[in-house]
Design a protein around this ligand. Structure first.
Ligand SMILES: [Zn+2]
Length: 163
């Protein structure tokens, strides 16, 4: 299934062969934990372990999805949609989440990073107009006029097919 599978390959160090194994581990992300079952390869002769990039990515993705569901955290797409519905740029939006670095916010929107519960609450809070205006005033961010929000610039952001 994967180009990087090591199943049955030779461990040159000892002459043994690697075989696919699974283990259940607790993974921590943004201060939250999830139990995931992840795959790895173990040499049947000397018990040396190898983990491929795909295996690491799959385990991290599974942990992210578990934690997101368990704590009811916003999905990456929902974060981006909220920001776009408010007519805010990434730097503006980041300023309104108490100056979170915009690279981090970008990572949340792309699913590269997982926001913790506090950040999730801050993001959700922006859906409330009063909270939004209060934070914008404090952060010195000029909000787009509400009256114009009825005609969003949809052409600027092509629809992403659901994956
Ligand atoms: Zn070995």
């Amino acid at each position: 299934m994967s180009l990087s599978t090591l199943d049955g390959t030779l461990h040159r160090g000892c002459g043994g062969r690697y075989a696919l194994q699974t283990e259940t581990v607790t993974m921590r992300l943004s201060g939250m934990a999830a139990e995931v079952t992840r795959e790895f390869f173990r040499c049947e002769k000397c018990a040396h372990d190898q983990r491929t990039l795909e295996q690491r990515d799959a385990a991290e993705k599974a942990a992210t999805e578990h934690i997101r569901a368990a704590h009811n955290l916003l999905a990456p797409k929902a974060i981006r949609q909220l920001r776009e519905s408010l007519g805010l740029t990434l730097p503006q939006f980041a300023e309104l989440i108490y100056g979170t670095p915009k690279g981090i916010v970008d990572g949340w929107e792309k699913g590269k990073y997982l926001q913790n519960r506090e950040a999730d609450a801050l993001i959700r809070g922006l859906a409330d107009r009063d909270t939004l205006e209060l934070r914008a005033a404090k952060a010195g961010v000029t909000l787009p006029a509400v009256e114009l929000a009825a005609a969003p610039v949809a052409s600027a952001s092509p629809a992403q097919p659901a994956t």
